[in-house]
Design a protein around this ligand. Structure first.
Ligand code: MN
Length: 131
């Protein structure tokens, strides 16, 4: 069973995404702020993190930056969940190494599809393809 860490401070969103992901067969771990999210990522080693951007204590941007700086948590794919889909945010999300970027409100079906896509996506390999 794949484990998903859901970092979301809004109780309604946390309930919706948490119930949905459990229902389709994931082991869901929940965090209500960025600091707890980082701690649980280190302790529970999720296969994927769904990260709200606007979070108390440590924002989703900073939490993801810290996770990507730590070799133990850097390989965990992180999907950003944000209320604001500004072009500059998409650019920052790419630079910070987010695997995907979803603008809220997100249809539940899209969350499930994106999680499945990122979990099965091949990881980039260092070797060039030679003909
Ligand atoms: Mn939030």
């Amino acid at each position: 069973m794949k484990r998903i860490l859901l970092v979301e401070d809004n109780a309604d969103n946390r309930a919706i995404y948490g119930i949905l992901l459990s229902h389709v067969g994931y082991d869901v771990v929940e965090a209500v702020d960025g600091e707890t999210g980082i701690a649980l990522a280190r302790q529970r080693r999720p296969d994927l993190i769904l990260m709200d951007i606007s979070l108390p204590r440590i924002s989703g941007w900073d939490a993801t930056r810290l996770l990507k700086e730590d070799p133990d948590t850097a390989p965990i794919p992180v999907i950003a969940l944000t209320a604001h889909a500004y072009p500059r945010d998409r650019k920052l999300a790419r630079e910070l190494g987010f695997a995907a970027y979803l603008a809220k409100p997100v249809e539940p079906r899209v969350v499930v599809e994106e999680v499945a896509r990122v979990l099965t996506a091949p990881r980039p390999v260092a070797l060039p393809v030679c003909g």
